[in-house]
Design a protein around this ligand. Structure first.
Ligand code: SF4
Length: 118
């Protein structure tokens, strides 16, 4: 089984299992339902669990403090967040927990090749 990094919020094509934006009960846009500040009691709890996500939940990024969703997505914090998804090495801990594609293609190839030799 091969595990490959695949951020579901930016991978095309977006399928029924893909992830899309959400809004948290605390008033923020979220990149998906797994990244939700509402899961935490306060910012200190988020800081200790997944410090990379803290910047997405600054007061000025609340939906009510912006004229449009684009204003939030084009903020430095969100741009850096998406830049960090380019590699599993730089992705936030929460993303590393969820977003992989699993494939057994090597196993199938191996079985197929063995069958040819028989
Ligand atoms: S967990 Fe992270 S990488 Fe996966 S869909 Fe959500 S924001 Fe994107």
């Amino acid at each position: 089984m091969i595990r490959q990094w695949q951020p579901q919020c930016i991978t095309e094509p977006l399928t029924a299992t893909g992830r899309s934006f959400g809004s948290s009960a605390k008033g923020y846009l979220t990149p998906c339902c797994w990244i939700d500040f509402s899961f935490y009691k306060n910012i200190k709890e988020l800081e200790s669990d997944d410090p990379q996500l803290v910047s997405l939940f600054e007061e000025h990024l609340k939906i009510k403090n912006n004229d449009s969703i684009e204003d939030i997505l084009l903020s430095d914090e969100w741009i850096e967040f998406y830049d960090n998804l380019a590699s599993v090495d730089t992705a936030p801990k929460t993303c590393k927990r969820y977003c992989y594609k699993y494939s057994n293609s090597e196993l199938k190839k191996e079985k197929f090749n063995n069958k040819e030799e028989e």
